[in-house]
Design a protein around this ligand. Structure first.
Ligand code: F6R
Length: 603
């Protein structure tokens, strides 16, 4: 978490370069921001609590700098205030840091003995003091940076300025992402490519243990004390994907991008019909069981995948939360496949779970959105979701792209195992073609979602219930709602409510009941009736159009009926939209909910 940028060059209004870069990285954290730069030989540091706009309003954007670094923070050590904000400065060094120094307490005690004082509560100030101390012992910055790996435990991407070299920017990376942007007579560092995309498309990916020295005209890369060659990549990222393009929020824009994302993700696998799907995907038939490991919404996508793979392909699937998987006995067998799912490709728990599975010798497959991310690089096989850049902290389009790929895996396996008829395939392919227009249809019902949001706005607890795949969707709907509207919500397996939780249902309590799986519809409807008769305000989300019985709900959201394999991709849309409209009504910070960050690189 946290976003860092750095610039060395001759641009006129180059303070703006740092601020513009940080704007594109705010999704990584936004509780304080700061910049440090050298202009005409003089060092300036400015830091502000709160979102970047507070800092932006205080700095002179048109000022020219020779070298500068910037940071947008997601607090890990110490409160979110200006004192703990980065950059931190000790002795001759000024640094910005993303990651966690795990042994910072031990280092701090040792440094105190050497006479260092600390003003902030951060691990970063400790790191800066350590760099200063090492530099006093060995007056060579590159040696000092190389030595850090022996001193620090933890994760770090660091941008470093040293008073002795006011035209040089240094950077080092271990487990937290960092790229170098290659410009014309100017160079950059950044946590992610979008930060520099409007300045240059050329970038270099740093690997763990790499460190670099940048001037405006030269980039030198090192590893373990030696020069290292590097490859300059050209980003294909669409600059418009990092713009709101007229939408009031990135989240709404991204929800509306889902029809396009679905086509981009799925079409390459079905271009010549089902045979392409077999050709372009790994052979899954050799695995006795599939283990899915992920965090948050990606886990919820995995739970939908479990329902689909078990139902259509008759293969057992177990879904684990990565933070638990990392520290559990997993009893992995060598003929099992571990699928990790991650939008960012950076989530530390998912990455570590993947490394653990690799160590235990099983095959791994990553379902990843961010190309060239750590999880993509570490996975034995990768299938990419084509969601493009997702900026809103709450995932929508990346989640549905993950679900889409899992549905394709289910179809692939089902076909490979001869479990699906020709007509069955025909039906699914027809629905695949029609799905984007059904999605568009659902996206038009704004007034309906607004009305539902109004009817639940004054309640503090909202329940989502469903069975089977609808329960998996209930979990995603509930997470989205609490995440962006700050309303407490829980998802329950519909049959479980009466084992305790039903005691919370009172007159007016909102319950969102999801029913799309025809095989168990009557069971879920009975559960909905149980809450209705206890006074619940029932919002019934269903693909059952012609239902005679209509006394068990207050509002009904109808979703077009498609093949069960694809149904979840439609069901999730009203759930996303209800959360969005509720958050909007409550005046919440939709794209940047409090306490959160897009990329969770701490465990
Ligand atoms: C919720 C959300 C998170 C992420 C989770 C995993 O809206 O976005 O729950 O799904 O943090 O992130 P990735 O997919 O980047 O590994």
């Amino acid at each position: 978490m946290c976003g860092i940028v750095g610039y060395v060059g001759n641009k006129e209004n180059s303070v703006r370069v740092l601020i513009d870069g940080l704007k594109k990285l705010e999704y990584r954290g936004y509780d304080s921001a700061g910049i440090a730069f050298i202009s005409n030989g003089k060092l300036n540091i400015q830091k502000e609590k709160g979102e970047l706009v507070n800092l932006q309003n205080r700095v002179n954007l048109d000022k020219k700098l020779d070298i500068g670094i910037g940071h947008t923070r997601w607090a890990t050590h110490g409160k979110s205030n200006a004192l703990n904000a980065h950059p931190h400065r000790v002795g001759k060094f000024t640094i910005v840091h993303n990651g966690i120094i795990e042994n910072y307490n031990e280092l701090k005690e040792e440094l105190k003995k050497e006479g260092y004082d600390f003003n902030s509560e951060t691990d970063t100030e400790v790191l800066c003091s350590l760099i200063d101390k090492l530099y006093k012992e060995d007056n060579n910055i590159l040696n000092v940076i190389n030595k850090l790996k022996n001193e620090i435990k933890g994760t770090y991407a660091v941008g470093i300025m040293c008073d002795d070299y006011p035209d040089q920017l240094y950077a080092v990376k271990n487990k937290s992402p960092l790229i170098i942007g290659v410009g014309d007579n100017e160079n950059y560092i950044a946590s992610d490519v979008p930060a520099i995309l409007d300045k240059t498309r050329k970038y270099i990916v740093l690997e763990d243990g790499d460190y670099a020295k940048l001037t405006n005209s030269e980039i030198k890369l090192y590893h373990d004390g030696k020069n290292k060659d590097y490859k300059v990549e050209l980003s294909q990222l669409d600059a418009s994907s990092v713009d709101k393009q007229g939408y009031p929020h990135y989240m709404l824009k991204e929800i509306h991008e889902q029809p396009e994302v679905f086509k981009k993700t799925v079409n390459p696998y079905l271009s010549e019909g089902i045979e392409t799907l077999i050709l372009k995907m790994p052979d899954f038939t050799k695995y006795s069981k599939i283990r899915i490991v992920a965090c948050g919404s990606a886990t919820h996508a995995g739970l939908v995948g479990k329902q689909m793979i078990e139902k259509f392909a008759n293969v057992e699937v177990q879904v684990d939360t990565a933070s638990e998987f990392r520290y559990s006995k997993n009893f992995l067998k060598e003929d099992e496949l571990v699928i990790v799912i991650s939008q960012s490709g950076e989530t530390i728990d998912t990455l570590e779970a993947l490394l653990k599975a690799k160590k235990e010798g099983v095959d791994t497959l990553g379902i990843i959105n961010a190309k060239d991310s750590a999880i993509a690089r570490e996975s034995k096989m990768v299938l990419y979701t084509e969601a493009g850049k997702e900026i809103a902290v709450a995932t929508t389009k990346a989640y549905s792209a993950q679900v889409a790929l899992l549905c394709l895996i289910a179809l692939n396996l089902s076909y490979s195992k001869n479990l699906i008829t020709k007509d069955g395939i025909k039906d699914i392919l027809k629905d695949v073609r029609n799905l984007p227009s059904y999605m568009e249809e659902l996206l038009q019902n704004t007034e309906e979602y607004k009305n539902i949001a109004k009817s639940i706005k004054d309640y503090n607890d909202i329940f989502f219930i469903g069975r089977g795949v609808d329960y998996a969707l209930a979990m995603e709907g509930s997470l989205k709602l609490k995440e962006i509207s700050y309303t407490h919500s829980e998802a329950y397996a519909a049959g479980e409510l009466k084992h305790g939780t039903i005691s919370l249902i009172d007159e007016g309590t909102p319950v969102i009941g999801i029913v799309t799986d025809e095989t168990i519809a009557s069971k879920t409807i009975s559960n909905i009736k149980e809450v209705k008769s206890r006074g619940a305000n029932v919002i019934y989300v269903t693909s059952r159009k012609d239902e005679k019985d209509n006394d068990f709900y207050d509002k009904k959201v109808i979703i077009p009926k498609v093949n069960d394999l694809l149904q979840p991709l439609l069901t999730v849309i009203p759930l996303q939209m209800i959360s969005y409209e509720l958050a909007k009504l409550k005046g919440c910070s939709i794209d940047k909910p409090k306490n959160l960050a897009k990329s969770v690189t701490v465990e």
